[in-house]
Design a protein around this ligand. Sequence first.
Ligand SMILES: [Zn+2]
Length: 167
Amino acid sequence: MINIKLKSGLVVTLSLIMFSCSKSQEPVKTVVKDMSDKITKSDSEWKSELSAEEYYILREKGTERAFTGEYWNNHDEGIYYCAGCDQKLFTSSTKFESGSGWPSFYEPIDEENVATKKDTSFGMVREEVLCARCGGHLGHVFPDGPEPTGLRYCINSAALDFKENKD
Ligand SMILES: [Zn+2]
């Protein structure tokens, strides 16, 4: 009886070691998984964490007035993060002069980091752009952008946090 118990205990331990070894060989996959984890918070939690303008844009799907935001005319090199959850959204290398008065990009930093949804408010049919992680409203995407995508991601500055490349 004792022998059998020891044997089965050993088998379990060995397979656990093998399982953890094979798992640790995929560190990149694990990081990607963590980044796409959804964030859900109550309205009162968002209200206490965001500024009034950020809350209006991100959670109430508001729009800042053209040419008033922090980043429409920003030409520094760096990365634009979600103001709600710090997810990487856009990079300065895909930003272009749209003349709209809102920061405009021809593609997100990663397709998986943004979500789009049909928006029929104000009697228009538009594609709403959301942060895929926290569901925050970012702006809209239009099919009149430059090459290589032909898309124009028209984003509110207040939905973004810009961090300049230091090197
Ligand atoms: Zn977010």
